[in-house]
Design a binder for this molecule. Sequence first.
Ligand code: 5AD
Length: 346
Amino acid sequence: MNKEFIDKSYEGNLSREDIIYALNLSDSDDINQLFSISNDIRKKYCGDAVHIRALLEISNICRRNCNYCGVRKDNTHVSRYKMEEEEIIEIALKLNADSFKTLVMQGGESEAFSPETLARIVRTIKEKTDMAVTFSLGEHSYDDYKLWKEAGVDRFLLRHETANKELYKYLHPDGILDTRIEALNNLKELGYQTGVGCMVESPTQTIEQMADDIEFIRDFKPHMVGIGPYIMHEDTPFKSEKNGTREMTLKMLALARIVTKDALLPSTTALASIAKDGQKEGLLTGCDVVMINFTPAKYKYFYEIYPNKKCMTEDPKNIVKKVTDMIHSIGRTVATDHGHSRKIKK
Ligand code: 5AD
């Protein structure tokens, strides 16, 4: 591997040209070296602890028609649900009693819950637990983001999906990249720990467009980054497209680690869903977060954004045990703190 690239990686100082060089690596020794650099950087800036987040998919109702997503509005094959307010709170209390430190509330983009209802749920959770709360609920107005921040929401995940305007339009017939970025800027300005992220090898995506994502991640300086492979879903306009690969996803994770140094970087369920040891490989390639799905069984089958989602059949308690064992098997520990962004002092 090019010595200059190695030096620049350790400095976290990659140009577009360097990023494209890394994305094009094809020799397996070179690729493994890229992964080992990102693992070194993770160790230096993030330490060995892995943060386990509890995920709750609160509703699959969505107003958007993203061409890749199984819960897109026009998919009539899926039953729509919305969890009860009391149910969400009850699960939050249980998770807190089980020592989880972060609750991620994810859902389709909709008004299924009014902004006030969501604020009230968060206020209750914050009153009764010591958990951090992350929202992942799509694009909303500045005022709604402000209301939720004041209610106590700590973090917000809003993947940018792709930083290339044309590809963004192709993936999202009803969305515009600039609006997405404006929402991300609003979240950051309001003081959220803000998460961006993208799918890897979505239909028609080129290496140049993947480089756009890494440059965006480098320049936006997010607190968190979610990256997973694109996975084909039958009930979408992209039903004949190929899945993203393990190798390219790991390259993108490695580059995200290198350019952000200390961002919170989950080893995603999507990666675990396409590759047998995907989650472990992610952790060995710069990742420091794992999310475990606690959506009640009666709902989670309807939150099928892509097929064969890893969490569908197994009891989350078993998953926690397996993930904990896996983390220990690679010489890492499970974090006991909240795992807030290292960019802020809490
Ligand atoms: N394949 C992979 N990732 C998907 N997402 C949605 N649909 C798919 C799919 N078919 C991702 C998007 C979204 C996140 C919640 O899941 O990036 O932001």
